[in-house]
Design a protein around this ligand. Sequence first.
Ligand SMILES: Cc1cc2nc3c(=O)[nH]c(=O)nc-3n(C[C@H](O)[C@H](O)[C@H](O)COP(=O)(O)OP(=O)(O)OC[C@H]3O[C@@H](n4cnc5c(N)ncnc54)[C@H](O)[C@@H]3O)c2cc1C
Length: 100
Amino acid sequence: MGEVLDALVIGAGPAGLGVSYFLKREGLNHQVLDRGRIGETGRTQRWNSFRLNSPTIRSILPGDAYEGPDPWGAITHHEFVAYLEGYTERHCLPVITQTQ
Ligand SMILES: Cc1cc2nc3c(=O)[nH]c(=O)nc-3n(C[C@H](O)[C@H](O)[C@H](O)COP(=O)(O)OP(=O)(O)OC[C@H]3O[C@@H](n4cnc5c(N)ncnc54)[C@H](O)[C@@H]3O)c2cc1C
């Protein structure tokens, strides 16, 4: 008999990871599936010199607080992808990648 989930989240971008954080906080059994990697859009659909146009402090996900030196700066998409990976790890989010 397979595992019964309370929720299935499609996409390990910032939206899916933020939802996963809240599902976990509520004790709901769920999985996040991504057809690529964590932050796939940021990895493959941005040009190399791209920086987020939203300030860093506005790009922080639920459960995190920004404590760095430049809250109103603009991080690169490489930094943002690394942040998403770290967020997944720190909050032990149940992400499965490369599902296609
Ligand atoms: C050029 C550009 C610049 C942008 N700059 C900013 C910015 O500076 N600040 C900002 O806040 N927003 C910006 N955005 C908007 C930005 O894309 C969104 O804020 C953010 O990526 C949305 O997050 P998301 O998790 O909804 O989607 P995404 O980041 O797109 O994540 C979706 C995930 O779902 C996965 N997926 C999709 N379909 C499936 C499927 N069928 N099965 C499994 N997995 C699937 C994808 O692989 C991907 O990892 C920009 C957008 C563009 C196009």
